[in-house]
Design a protein around this ligand. Structure first.
Ligand code: NDP
Length: 325
């Protein structure tokens, strides 16, 4: 038997419980993992509170991320005792996920924990930190280098934003953090932000072209914030767009793209190919552990439903790592 957070809607209303399940209830997949840690991402919070159409079938064990140890495997790539991590691939949406003491998953979705990263650190980083690093890699491919100029990070107190600040600053970039919670400016500066702006300066409809400021942007907010960030990006700069905390819309004009050669770089974490995943996690193994202490705090499985609610209400700064045991 093992404990799992379980989402059910058999009564027509979302029910969230900590259930004791038998191993026989696990899906028929290749690798059984003893989960050590999981985490709560924005998407998990939407699923657990029923605030967004994340879960594709019920009952569902949520949790788009997990890390732990292989218990048994029908696939030659993994053997008992291997330390592994999984993020994305529809786990916690279409397949049972990580907010449980056991998971049974396809070998194609799993990867070995990179050297230098513990299971706890990997989950403190989680999809949010991984997405921040995907954004940084996208900017690097575009030629953005330390010394290029100020890099704007929006949604700064969130999981993606906190890691983006920490990673960019560790790499030597000058980071400007945009947040609605300017009272936490000291926290953002401790993470590496050189300065902090209030998100209201970006959050409403603005002109198609504005004063050029940013060499690059990591945006997890979308909507007007993304449109204004593009309009303020310097000639030839790049904007990595990965989120929609303000909205899915993009009320912008093409002016920054056709008159300033600004590049809009889309970033997806769920289906990123294996080679990119391994590159990203290996970069995270180098810079991530030093950032974890200042960004993540630990909670237990029973605390997850209330924490998910708080996360969507903007009540969590940084990340939550979940000890499922
Ligand atoms: P969090 O909830 O941890 O952070 C979101 C942050 O966005 C908040 O902390 C807040 O920052 C800011 N924010 C919230 N509401 C608004 C608003 N109305 N207007 C402006 N800013 C707002 O979420 P994550 O960091 O985990 O995820 C951020 C976004 O990235 C989400 O939309 C998520 O779905 C997306 N995402 C996408 C991925 C992909 O594969 N493309 C992967 C991971 C996440 P502050 O308090 O500092 O203002």
């Amino acid at each position: 038997m093992f404990k799992a957070l379980l989402l059910d809607n058999s009564t027509g209303k979302l029910q969230v419980s900590i259930a004791a399940l038998d191993d026989a209830a696990l899906p028929d997949e290749e690798v059984t993992v003893r989960v050590a840690y999981s985490t709560i991402n924005y998407k998990d919070a939407l699923a657990i509170t029923g605030s967004g159409p994340i879960v594709r079938q019920f009952p569902m064990v949520p949790g788009i991320d997990l890390a732990g140890e292989v218990e048994s495997s029908r696939h030659p790539a993994f053997k008992p005792g291997d330390k592994v991590l999984l993020n994305g691939h529809g786990v916690g949406e279409r397949h049972w996920g990580g907010l449980a003491q056991r998971a049974r998953v396809s070998a194609a979705w799993l990867q070995k924990l990179p050297d230098g990263l513990t299971a706890r650190d990997a989950m403190a980083i989680g999809t949010a930190g991984y997405t921040a690093m995907l954004c940084v890699l996208a900017l690097e491919r575009h030629g953005v280098a330390p010394g290029s100029g100020e890099v704007l990070v929006t949604g700064a107190n969130g999981g993606v934003g906190s890691f983006a600040i920490g990673i960019l600053s560790a790499l030597g970039h000058t980071v400007v953090a945009s947040t609605g919670r300017t009272e936490s400016a000291e926290r953002l500066k401790a993470l590496g932000a050189a300065s902090v702006v209030h998100r209201s300066s970006l959050g409403e409809a603005g002109k198609p072209l504005q004063k050029e400021r940013w060499a690059a942007v990591v945006d997890s907010v979308g909507s007007h914030t993304l449109a204004n960030a593009c309009a303020q990006t310097r000639y030839g700069g790049a904007v990595a767009a990965c989120g929609m905390a303000q909205g899915l819309d993009f009320p912008a004009s093409v002016a920054p793209f056709i008159l300033r050669g600004v590049a809009l770089l889309g970033v997806d974490s769920v289906q990123a190919p294996r080679a990119l995943r391994e590159q990203t996690w290996s970069r995270l193994a180098r810079v991530g552990p030093a950032l974890v202490e200042g960004i993540a705090r630990e909670i237990g499985l029973a605390e997850v439903p209330a924490a998910a609610d708080r996360l969507l209400k903007g009540g969590i700064a940084g990340r939550l790592v979940v000890d499922v045991n």
